[in-house]
Design a protein around this ligand. Structure first.
Ligand code: FAD
Length: 428
């Protein structure tokens, strides 16, 4: 094989996108390792929780049975591979449909032969010459093998390892305490009194879903109050701080929540870079991976990139721009700044966002509307095509609607209007 051989870790949406663009770039050849038995990452729903029955690995997927996407498929899609409107009617679709879409993507771009399933990357180590030694475990035989690469693209996802909030005295709680990672069906909470801790995407979605079967749902959080009307049996409270008895909690403003049967921690997930050797400085602090230039490129080892680190984004389109940026510098189409310059950028960029956007340190990777400036910046620096029109407009439209009508925003469907040059609601 000529050119650069690139190791891709993971065959979820990010890994597939990496394979697709690496394959299409002359001079780059992807080799994808996926520990699961199928492609699709977190979209491979399983009712199982805990460890998988095949290899005893922690269950990767955090999907629940009735999950529908919180983004319309029209702007959730990879920009070069829209969902086929003849196959996918609604804008907000189920996890099985997203999985099918990813399989179609894989098929369409001829990625299958590049993906090695049930192969777990155990160690990624610099080879001393700018490349990498990667140790891979065959999960079916337990055999370990070592491989050499010119570059590594990490696509291991970050919605699998539960992060819990500190609640004092939790040991005294006699009900069910679990993380949203293990939530599957609302029926498990029929007739119960439930605390959902956290009101980001998962907390809101799971809270509403459980309200269809539970007697009472407290959505407990310290963010701005949700303004959307909520079902009668759902109440917002400030964040839980301590467990005060076998069935009781106290929240920040001193209110007590009594006779609670279950608490679900919708408190986010941790990043994992444990397979990278200690020779590569990586700090996982305050819900950040550092030091990454533009949330993407390791500043000291720039042949290592990590796709999809930002949160609150359009994941697939962001992966797409990021990986095209990586292909572009790996093939010398543009030159990255020096390590010192990239480190200085991180410090400066963080200080600016903390100051201008008023965000706190732990939300440095949380983008929301900042993603548009970020994506334009990546495209400008690397010369890759920016996102086509409409993605930003539809995302902002839907998040605006969601804020006001959490219970019904997924009932709407969207279509591109040539006349108006934007996405509009589709009247079926
Ligand atoms: P993953 O899908 O997690 O894939 C990572 C892959 O890497 C996995 O297959 C894993 O097995 C593999 N892997 C990990 N470590 C190793 C290793 N050491 N060796 C080999 N393989 C490894 N996004 C949307 O766009 N729309 C939505 O509506 C939406 N809803 C969501 C709802 C929930 C509940 C969750 C959890 C996420 C949601 N997301 C949504 C975000 C979703 O995570 C991203 O869209 C995207 O699928 C992430 O892709 P990924 O490839 O980065 O990670």
């Amino acid at each position: 094989m000529s050119g650069k051989i690139v190791c891709v870790i993971g065959a979820g949406a990010a890994g597939l996108c990496a394979a697709r663009h690496l394959l299409a770039t002359p001079g780059l050849t992807p080799v994808v390792y996926e520990q699961g038995a199928a492609i699709g990452g977190t979209w491979v729903y399983t009712p199982e929780t805990g460890t998988d029955s095949r290899h005893g690995l922690p269950i990767h997927a955090s999907m629940y049975e009735k999950l529908r996407t919180n983004l319309p498929k029209e702007c959730m899609a990879f920009p070069d591979f829209p969902f086929d409107p003849d196959k996918y009617a609604s804008s907000f679709i189920g996890h099985a449909e997203v999985r099918r879409y990813l399989e179609e993507y894989c098929e369409h771009f001829g990625l299958k032969s590049r993906i090695h399933l049930e192969k777990q990357v155990k160690l990624v180590k610099p080879d001393g010459g700018g490349g990498w030694k990667v140790s891979v475990k065959d999960l079916c035989t337990s055999a370990l093998s070592d491989h050499s690469f010119d570059a590594v693209v990490v696509c291991n996802g970050h919605y699998s390892i539960p992060a819990f909030a500190d609640v004092a005295g939790m040991d005294a709680f006699a009900g069910v305490a679990m993380h949203s990672h293990d939530y599957r069906v609302a029926d498990d909470f029929r007739g119960k009194r439930v605390v959902v801790l956290g009101a980001s995407a998962s907390g809101q979605d799971i809270g509403l879903e459980i309200a269809t079967t539970a007697d009472k749902v407290y959505v407990s959080h310290n963010g701005p109050k949700m303004v959307a009307p909520l079902p009668e049996n759902v109440e917002q409270t400030t964040g839980v701080i301590k467990c005060t008895g076998p069935r009781d909690f106290e929240v920040v403003d001193g209110t007590g929540l009594k006779d609670i049967d279950a608490i679900i921690f919708c408190t986010g997930y941790a990043y994992d870079m444990s397979f990278v050797s200690d020779e590569v400085p990586i700090r996982l602090v305050d819900r950040q991976i550092q030091p990454l230039y533009k949330h993407l490129v390791h500043t000291a080892f720039p042949t290592m990139s990590v796709i999809g680190v930002p949160i609150k984004i359009l994941p697939f389109p962001v992966f797409d721009v990021q990986i095209r940026y990586v292909c572009s510098y790996l093939t010398g189409k543009f030159k990255l700044p020096s390590t010192a310059e990239m480190d200085a950028y991180v410090v400066h960029d963080k200080a600016k966002r903390l100051r201008v956007e008023g965000i706190v340190e732990k939300y440095y990777h949380k983008f929301s509307s900042y993603q548009w400036e970020y994506l334009r910046d990546l495209a400008d620096e690397s010369g890759v095509e920016p996102l086509p029109p409409g993605f930003e407009q539809l995302y902002e439209l839907v998040w605006g609607k969601r804020r006001l009508d959490l219970q019904h925003y997924k009932d709407d469907n969207y279509t591109w209007s040539e006349k108006e040059n934007k996405f509009v609601e589709r009247k079926d």
